[in-house]
Each structure stands twice: as structure tokens, then as C-alpha cells.
Design a protein around this ligand. Structure first.
Ligand code: DAH
Length: 335
């Protein structure tokens, strides 16, 4: 610490500090740098405090002169800092606005409009027709147990009907359902009759793949159970449905066999000059009802099962089932 200090020295120091501060503030690029400068210049241990500390060694009458000069400097620096802070903030905002600029009038990148797969629209059409007849939709799992897929439908082990449906077994007693008929059982277990339901869904069979067979395909199951239902209700419902779906194609019922219905029938429609089998149906077998603890003397009903791909192919004149699973947009866009 030097013993003496002159008024001139201190005034020069303040002069110098002012020029230096002005230059540094003008060069500061952001708020953090400005804050550092403020502390370094005006803070308790800052440059200005240093000068003011030395002021004590001036003769008493000279002190106010330095004090006034120092106050002016302080105000000046504060004002410069404030103005510069304002400037860097608005520059940052302008830069950000520019960077985040959004042109709401810009053309969008092209997103082709999608539409339903023909199988899906076929299912929806079938569901719509049955909804109009008072049916509601029920669903079941695609991984089934042997019990629901076969046994509860009156297809015991070693029954030849199990060979009619080449099954994908998953180990244990689990398998991929070979038809939607197990939903009949699941629905009746959970809902007491009267019921009127349809159950659309995927089914699986180990068929060789060709123009009319696929290892995965879709069925819609129909079930009505009530008091006093007989074959005429089955016939009326199926005929009404087929007429609504296909228009006035001729329909015929042929006697057939399914373990879970008695009597059973297959239904053909006449299409392009030949009879085409489109669904199986029949009166729910009393053995199925007894398995569910339902009294066959009181409850009777009918069931039916149809292959969605068949309906879709006839409706759209598609000759090869594999096309429906090919994901070839050139094909699918036609529907
Ligand atoms: N589940 C049969 C099958 O996949 C189709 C079927 C026939 C379902 C008659 C029925 C029915 O509900 O009554 O081959």
C-alpha cells in the first residue's frame, strides 16, 4: 500500500476504469458475461471499491470530488450493463425466433390416405347385417385349450372330427383355435341364455397353402339360444343374412354333419353357374348344452360358422386367397 495518493491519480484511475468498462461491456456476448463484469466492477471486492478504499487517504476536502466522480462512474456502468443486457436478450430472442420459425403455409409431405383391408370391410359388413337382426359381438382367444376347441363342442379325443381340422398344437393342452366355435362355449359360460351373438376372428389350420387355403383365415361364428327356437329360425336367419350380403343369389341347404349341431347343414349359394359352399350350421346339439349345465328341454338354438375369405372372394371376384394376405398395395388399393 503506497503511503500517499493524489487526487489526480484517483481521477485518472476512474477515467481509465470507465473506458475499460465501456469496452468490456460492449463486447459482452451474453447475460452471464455481463453478470461477471458487474461483480468485477461494482461488487464489494470489485475495481470501484478498490478506488474508493484509496480515497480515504486523500485530504478531507478532496474526497467529495472523487466520491462524485465515482458515483457517476457507477451509474454510467450500471446503465451500460442494463442496456447491453437488453441488447443481448433481444438478439437471443430474435435468433431463436428465426431458428424456430414455422411456416404454417408450407405444403405438407404427402401421406397417402389409407382405407380398410377388404377382409376387414367384409367382416364389418357381416357384423352390420347381424347387428340389424339383434345380434351383438362376442370374442374369444386365438390360443385355445383342447377343452374349448374340441371337447366342450362334443368332439372327444380320438373323434375323427379332430382330423378334419389339422391343428397347430402349442404344447400342453394349448393350441391355435381351428374355428371360432369355442366362443360359443365361452360366451354361454359367461352369459345365461337367451343369447344372440356373433364372433368374428382369426383361426388357424395346418392346411397346405394353395389358391383357396391359407394356414390363417377368418371366420364368423353365429349363435342364438332361447326358448322355442327351431330349424325354421335357423333357415330364416341364414337366408335373410345371405340375401342381404349377396343380393338375390339362389341359396340351398344340404344335410351335413358337425359334432356340435344336430341336425346340421351346409349352405351353398349359386355363383357363376355353380353351387358354392359358404357356411356350416345346425341346431345346437343337446350334448353341448348339457356340458354347460343348460337344460336342453328348455333351451334350444342354432349355430353357424362361415369363412370370411370365401365371402370376400365371391363379393369382389378374387380368385386367389393368397392375394388377401400379400400386402400388395397394387392389389389392395382396388377395394
Ligand atoms: N366350426 C365349423 C368349422 O370350422 C363351422 C361350423 C359349422 C360352425 C356348423 C357352426 C356350425 O357353428 O353350427 O368347420
Amino acid at each position: 500500500m503506497s503511503a500517499t495518493v493524489s487526487l489526480q491519480q484517483l481521477t485518472d484511475q476512474l477515467e481509465h476504469l470507465e473506458a475499460e468498462a465501456a469496452a468490456a461491456i460492449a463486447n459482452a456476448g451474453d447475460a452471464a458475461v455481463l453478470e461477471e463484469l458487474r461483480v468485477g466492477l461494482l461488487g464489494k471486492k470489485g475495481r470501484l471499491s478498490g478506488v474508493l478504499g484509496a480515497m480515504g487517504r486523500l485530504p478531507g476536502e478532496e474526497r467529495p470530488l472523487v466520491g462524485q466522480r465515482a458515483n457517476r462512474l457507477k451509474e454510467q456502468v450500471q446503465q451500460l450493463l442494463g442496456a447491453r443486457l437488453e441488447a443481448v436478450r433481444s438478439a437471443a430472442m430474435a435468433e431463436r425466433l428465426e431458428r424456430e420459425r414455422l411456416d404454417v403455409t408450407a405444403g405438407s409431405s404427402y401421406v397417402p390416405p389409407g382405407h380398410r383391408h377388404p377382409l376387414q370391410s367384409t367382416i364389418e359388413e357381416i357384423v352390420d347385417i347381424f347387428a340389424g337382426l339383434g345380434y351383438r359381438v362376442s370374442e374369444g382367444p386365438e390360443i385355445e385349450t383342447d377343452h374349448y376347441n374340441f371337447t366342450a363342442l362334443n368332439i372327444p379325443e380320438h373323434h375323427p372330427a379332430r382330423d378334419m381340422q389339422d391343428t397347430f398344437y402349442l404344447g400342453g393342452d394349448r393350441l391355435l383355435r381351428t374355428h371360432t366355435s369355442p366362443v360359443q362355449i365361452r360366451h354361454l359360460e359367461a352369459n345365461p341364455p337367451p343369447v344372440r351373438v356373433i364372433a368374428p376372428g382369426r383361426v388357424y389350420r395346418r392346411d397346405a397353402v394353395d389358391a383357396t387355403h391359407s394356414p390363417v383365415f377368418h371366420q364368423v361364428e353365429v349363435l342364438a339360444l332361447d326358448e322355442g327356437l327351431d330349424f325354421s329360425h335357423l333357415r330364416g336367419t341364414v337366408t335373410t343374412f345371405l340375401q342381404q350380403f349377396f343380393g338375390d343369389l339362389p341359396v340351398r341347404f344340404r344335410a351335413s354333419y358337425f359334432p356340435f349341431t344336430e341336425p346340421s347343414a351346409e349352405v351353398d349359394v349359386q355363383w357363376r353357374g355353380r353351387w358354392l359352399e359358404v357356411m356350416g350350421c345346425g341346431m345346437v346339439d343337446p350334448a353341448v348344452l348339457e356340458g354347460l349345465g343348460l337344460d336342453p328341454e328348455r333351451w334350444s338354438g342354432f349355430a353357424a360358422g362361415l369363412g370370411v375369405e370365401r365371402f370376400c372372394m365371391v363379393r369382389h371376384g378374387i380368385d386367389d386367397i393368397r392375394r388377401l394376405f400379400s400386402s400388395d398395395l397394387r392389389f389392395l388399393e382396388q377395394f
